[in-house]
Design a binder for this molecule. Structure first.
Ligand SMILES: [Zn+2]
Length: 490
């Protein structure tokens, strides 16, 4: 009799398609190489869309719907909430607005270390943790996974051994990088590495346990590479070396695909990333001050708060508050006290000249605003409108051709600009000296457009016939994955 089958999807956060190929060439991912050479896998490139950040991309893959997710963090005017993910997630407060009538890819299955906890069986809701936030608020002690993991003393020893080794390595790399005069983002390096390793090991353990418990579809997320590439940049040797560790983890999960146990499922494996990363330079390092400080100068009667970043308070009476939400080279600017998303002409009327001033600011490539169904792009030199229906005007085509095929970028921008929860102004970091301006304090970044950040990968078997050439958004990947799941899990 045929054994029942299942699907395991391993998500390697932040690994761009080009970087995967480079890692394979360097021999940093021997198990992925083995899959390609001996099991009929091929690494396919796809387009994740905008914003190129995990909440948007993972929602796309898991639910086939990533509408109204404009950034890694954002301001929800309607609910008056700063939405973020991780430990004490603001997303919980707005979750009811999302994924109505969507069937998660992991229905009745396990979603391990994913951002969206509602997508799977409750036993496996091990949440994702935003870096630098404590595990608090995740209620870990009640999780069966953690209990089972901790019952085995070998796990604790392994965790300590790996943890101490990684801390030593990361610190060594940090000081070597600094000594060579290269930048490294400190907060990602020193802060709670043990917790990082604990998450990685727990995640792997939970994936294997979910397979042993026969869950039909399992989605499991690993974030070590993304964190490392943020700290050192995706081009750094150390970022490539972390992939060896991730590859080893995948190998250990894959080793459990076929079990001799009576009634056990045979699992098929898919490996994918959600977005890539590129080399970036923090705005503050490039221009000597934070972007929020410049905004505070444009609007001297407003208080400005950056997420993440600084808060610029005022003495005396004020006219209101500005919230800036960053995701790498992408920034959303919100007038916090105005309850709807301002249209282009409303901004012009209330704050004359502000859009032009923003577009002419060093470090800003262009500003995106909305007017009816039109998208308005403002650069230092020109302003151009486009919508989905008309032919893309020449100026827009020339500008967007820097990033990808201009029609595809235009559609991706149009989607982001259609969100009610996008900023009143959406700002894109410029490219200087082969580095994109990053509004956060990161060496490697993503969230915006340009280079590898828009091009993740999926490593799938040729026989499944994934056609990724026409995928222009992570939510388009949901359907072929769901088809595969349904084929396997009848
Ligand atoms: Zn990231």
């Amino acid at each position: 009799m045929n054994k029942p089958r299942g699907l395991v999807i391993v998500h390697v956060d932040g690994l761009g398609h080009d970087y995967l190929l480079q890692a394979l060439r360097q021999g940093q991912m021997p198990f992925a190489q083995y899959l390609i050479e001996h099991e009929g896998y091929e690494p396919l490139r796809y387009r994740c869309g905008l914003p190129s950040t995990t909440p948007f991309c993972q929602a796309g893959v898991l639910y086939g719907n990533n509408a109204e997710i404009p950034s890694f963090r954002w301001w929800d005017k309607e609910s008056g909430v700063l939405v973020s993910f991780g430990g004490l997630s603001g997303f919980k407060q707005v979750e009811h607005k999302y994924f109505k009538n969507c069937e998660p890819l992991t229905r009745d299955g396990a979603a391990i270390a994913t951002i969206f906890l509602g997508s799977a069986h409750p036993a496996y809701r091990v949440g994702y943790r935003e870096h630098g936030r404590s595990l608090e608020g995740q209620n870990f002690s009640h999780r069966r996974v953690v209990r089972n993991w901790a019952l085995n003393p070998i796990h604790l020893l392994d965790w300590l051994r790996r943890g101490l080794w990684q801390i030593w390595q990361a610190n060594l790399q940090y000081w070597l990088t600094r000594w060579r005069g290269r930048p490294a983002a400190k907060m990602y390096v020193i802060s709670d590495m043990l917790e990082e390793i604990l998450m990685h090991q727990l995640t792997r353990f939970a994936a294997v346990q979910a397979m042993q418990e026969n869950y039909p579809a399992i989605f499991v997320g690993f974030y070590a590479y993304d964190e490392t590439a943020h700290a050192f940049g995706p081009d750094a040797d150390y970022s490539f070396r972390i992939l060896r560790h991730v590859d080893n983890t995948i190998r250990r999960i894959a080793a459990k695909r076929h079990s001799a146990r009576e009634g056990a499922r045979n699992y098929e494996l898919v490996i994918l990333s959600d977005h890539g990363q590129i080399e970036t330079v923090p705005f503050e390092r490039a221009y000597g001050r934070r972007f929020g400080e410049i905004v505070a100068e444009w609007l001297p009667t407003f208080e400005v708060e950056e997420h993440k970043g600084k808060r610029m308070t005022r003495r005396g009476p004020i006219d209101g508050h500005i919230v800036l939400c960053y995701s790498g080279g992408l920034a959303h600017l919100y007038w916090k006290d105005i309850s709807w998303r301002l249209r282009h002409d409303e901004i012009q009327e209330r704050f004359p000249g502000l859009i032009d001033k923003a577009a002419a600011t060093p470090g800003i490539a262009f500003v995106l605003t909305r007017e009816g169904t039109d998208n308005v792009i403002t650069t230092e030199h020109f302003q151009v409108k486009f919508d989905g229906g008309r032919k893309l005007p020449r100026a827009a085509r020339d500008l967007l051709a820097r990033y990808d095929e201009p029609e595809i970028i235009a559609r991706q921008l149009q989607k982001l600009n259609s969100f009610e929860r996008s900023g009143d102004l959406i700002l894109f970091g410029a490219d200087t000296d082969h580095h994109q301006i990053n509004f956060e304090d990161q060496v490697g970044g993503h969230g915006s457009l340009g280079g590898a950040q828009l091009f993740p990968f999926i490593l799938a078997k040729r026989e499944w016939k994934f056609d990724t050439a026409n995928i222009a958004d992570a939510s388009d990947l949901y359907h072929p994955l769901k088809r595969l799941r349904d084929q396997l899990v009848k």
